[in-house]
Write a protein that binds this ligand. Structure first.
Ligand code: SF4
Ligand code: SF4
Length: 299
């Protein structure tokens, strides 16, 4: 039976569209944004998380691991992650919950039954389900089937996407998607390449096409100090969005909440020490967008 690898299912989410929502975070992404706050979703494979503060140093994991991943130097617990085959044995054996295997396979039926548990809340608040990640559109066939089932149950549906897949993938989900949350990270090709590892021409073209197909699209712009917060860059974005006419634009100030996760997954964080943009910067950008008569808000 077809399954998809899910990192996390967040119930009562208030950040991924209107009302109370269930957000399903799928694993796998084809961008690597320097400020990503879901680094556990980048890999399309199950990923070992080690919460060092919870580790008592009992070394039980070392005896359970068939790959020799866990090493101890005095009190220091080191992981040779490149050897890990994600069998989960050490996670099951750790009594301190210091080891977690992130990523679980679900069928559509299993996900639908979890999503439906909160149907009353969706109806009362105008909420629903949001598929996110990672890049959920890398699994468009699975997502299309899931969203179609949700629609049949009367549940509102949203797709949170970074836009970097062939447009044919969007055509699969369009009939079952009430709205898209669509990230625009930079207009300048160089900035986009430097901070996400990828060119943005397909992302821009897909956004145009989604609007041409009549989709409802809420654009989200993360405002990252020193990356895309200059008035010049934001003017380019505003000019582009004026042509596309999204239904709403959310300006999201950078925050560092997800950075602690990086070390627990053995990943480097490229923006260490970066502070959120001053409120004045956010308001200047908002003023710019409003001057272009764009439906922007600071979120
Ligand atoms: S089993 Fe858990 S608590 Fe014990 S050493 Fe391994 S990670 Fe630490
Ligand atoms: S998940 Fe399996 S292979 Fe990976 S560290 Fe744990 S026991 Fe070893």
């Amino acid at each position: 039976m077809e399954t998809a690898l899910v990192s996390n299912i967040q119930k009562f989410s208030l950040d991924d569209g209107p009302g109370i929502r269930t957000t399903v975070f799928f694993k796998g992404c084809n961008l690597s944004c320097a400020w990503c706050h879901n680094p556990e979703c980048i890999s399309r494979f199950p990923t070992l998380q080690f919460i060092a503060d919870a580790c008592t140093g009992c070394r039980h994991c070392q005896s359970l691991c068939p790959q020799g991943v866990h090493l101890f130097k005095g009190k220091e617990h080191l992981l040779q992650r490149q050897l890990c085959e994600a069998c989960g044995a050490c996670c099951q054996g750790c009594l301190s919950d210091a080891l977690v295997l992130n990523g679980k396979h679900y069928t559509r039926k299993q996900l639908l039954s979890i999503i439906m548990q909160d149907q009353d809340y969706y109806q009362d608040t105008g909420g629903g389900v949001t598929v996110s990640g990672g890049e959920p559109m890398l699994q468009a066939d699975f997502i299309a089937g899931l969203l179609a089932s949700c629609k049949k149950e009367g549940i509102s549906t949203a797709v949170d996407t970074a836009g970097n897949v062939p447009f044919s993938e969007y055509e699969k989900v369009l009939p079952w998607t009430d709205f898209f949350l669509y990230d625009i990270k930079a207009f300048s090709r160089d900035i986009h390449r430097k901070y996400t590892g990828c060119d943005n021409s397909r992302i821009q073209a897909n956004l145009r096409q989604l609007k041409e197909h009549g989709a409802t699209v809420y654009v989200r712009i993360p405002v990252i100090p020193g990356v895309n917060d200059s008035m010049e860059e934001q003017t380019h974005i505003a000019d582009f969005l004026k042509q596309v006419q999204p239904d709403k634009i959310e300006l999201l100030p950078y925050h560092s909440y997800g950075t602690g996760k990086y070390s627990s997954f053995g990943l480097p964080y490229r923006l260490t020490g970066l502070q959120p943009p001053p409120q004045e910067t956010m308001e200047n950008i908002l003023t710019l967008f409003l001057a272009w008569k764009l439906p922007a808000v600071i979120s």
